[in-house]
Design a protein around this ligand. Sequence first.
Ligand code: ADP
Ligand code: MG
Length: 701
Amino acid sequence: MSQYNLQTSIAYLKGVGPSRAELLKKELGIRTFGDLVNFFPNRYLDRTQFFKINQLQQNSAEIQVVGKITSIKTVSQKRGSRLVATFVDETGSMELVWFRGAKWIKDSLKVNVPYVIFGKTNYFNKAFSMPHPEMELLSDYKKSLTTAMQPIYPSTEMLTNKSVSNRVVQKMMQSLFEEVKGNFQETLSSEIISKQHLISKKEALFNIHFPKNQELLTKAQYRLKFEELFFIQLQLILKKMIRKSKIRGYSFEKIGDKFNTFYKNYLPFDLTNAQKRVLKEIRKDIGSNAQMNRLLQGDVGSGKTIVALLTMLIALDNGFQATIMAPTEILATQHYNSIKELLGEMNVNVQLLTGSVKTKARRLIHESLEDGSLHILIGTHALIEDKVKFKNLGIAIIDEQHRFGVEQRSKLWTKNELPPHILVMTATPIPRTLAMSVYGDLDISVIDELPPGRKQIATAHRYDSNRLSVFKFMKDEITKGRQVYVVYPLIQESEKMDYKDLMDGYESISREFPMPKYQISIVHGKMKAEDKEYEMNRFLKGETQIMVATTVIEVGVNIPNASVMVIESAERFGLSQLHQLRGRVGRGADQSYCILMTSHKLSADAKVRLETMVKTTDGFEVADVDLKLRGPGNIMGKQQSGVLNLKIADITKDSDILKLARELAFETLKKDPSLKTQENTNINRAYRGIHKKTGIWSNIS
Ligand code: ADP
Ligand code: MG
């Protein structure tokens, strides 16, 4: 056994020392031998592949060339000097350039001897050059070539500046493997390894850094990706198991009068199969003794409201109160109105609580909430104020999770002895793989089917130069009695410019659609909340035909008579935003349209976004493309980056491995919930190693 182990500080590794150790820590977060072993290459260069100088291309990745130096000169520049060597092969010539260490390098270079050079090229003044190439004499290269696949490690500018080149990292890795002599502990059970035909941890680590061939490299990558995803899933599933066993909840066993009466006499349509399935999932949760914590995903218009209402009626049948919290006053009001209407003559007391409810009415709500005569309370943030006390809240439904922090959410819990069940509804589809990785500890239900008879929203992409025909189209729709949205982007950094765009747009629309024949509403971020509400309401009531707005209308408003959504500068919107905006139309029986207006200048990504929108109205398909374009970190935001900060796996590409890892993590915990058996010794040790800092997994012995 070596004197070193994986906890040893990297400073003790041959060729590192204190200052490099500091640099590695700062730039790459590498502190120990273990960190370095788990620092994986992000790609591999086939070292049997050489470029000829006349094959070089601009913006290519690192390449290698065989050739000779024919001359070397020192060029003075403002500060110091640079060294320039002319490098040729039989097809052409290029320059090698050094900005630092010129003198020392000059002495070491040999002229007219074949070299292998390796690095990234620059293209300037119609000529290629390579700054600070890594160089090796061809004769040495041939001797030292142990592997055809050369690992390329992630690097930073600072590392390059401090001469910690790829080759230096490789050498460090080599020393490390010599020191620890393959002393890497297995982290998976022999059962998983043999059933899944995985290679051992030891073999995988060796081949990820020193691949003997492509086949072993592929196996090493697969094994390490699997392992990474497996331990994340293990954590998420354990968290869920702990929550379910520890956080007790009220059990709603009874399906009673209110539910049955509503279902028989008031339900205005048949539930879709997806709605029925989701309702079953919810009923199973709230009928158990654990608190429900469920995310309900369903595209705009998929019919989440009715599911929410039926769920609340079950709570009522069991003697509990229910609440829905919405992010805006308009949305809360809409929920209130549609639920009142759905309930018809039924004997259910429903109230609305928002910031604009007057003191007297508010006091009445507070009282009836406390004495239990109020059954369903619908509202905005106003309902998480301290003054609002339920007699016995059984379920809290939160509409649009993105608008509320977890903090606010959990505040709802404190009003009772046991926490209420929680159902979070969102219209933002989250791709399955992402949901598995991020919300793996929540239960998820998906309404993946729209009610029958819905017409597809026709989506078209038009250039600004076609604006007149778009105006004409708007007029035709308005003549038919329809209403139109025109939406402008609002992006924080350029708020002033956005505001100007909006106002210019408003002006040109006002010119094209003159009063009194046409009435136009305008809503934007600089307006006071009550002015916004006022304008929204005018549009809602049909007093105006056109709503010019920034993206404040994004979430949830339901105006069935609006049939056209025109999105200006559509290239500046993200895919999920475009999809959300499109969901504002197509809510009535009429054919609806979404028109994406752009200039002719479009980035490659913008083109994909627009094509996707035109091609599909399926929110999950849109979300998948979005995930591929933006990556998981950008979609979920910083708070989730812990789970998404993967070293080697990529949830957009490795979804099959992810599914397998999740299945096996489930299986493992089902058989051995506290990972105590002999078989799971490795898994237990590795798991505790990963999570020893958090200290919350004490149920694992
Ligand atoms: P969202 O999921 O966007 O909140 P809503 O609950 O507002 O969707 O439902 C959209 C519309 O579809 C509503 O007008 C609702 O009455 C109607 N709807 C919901 N479920 C069905 C169904 N199973 N059959 C027919 N119409 C339905
Ligand atoms: Mg809704």
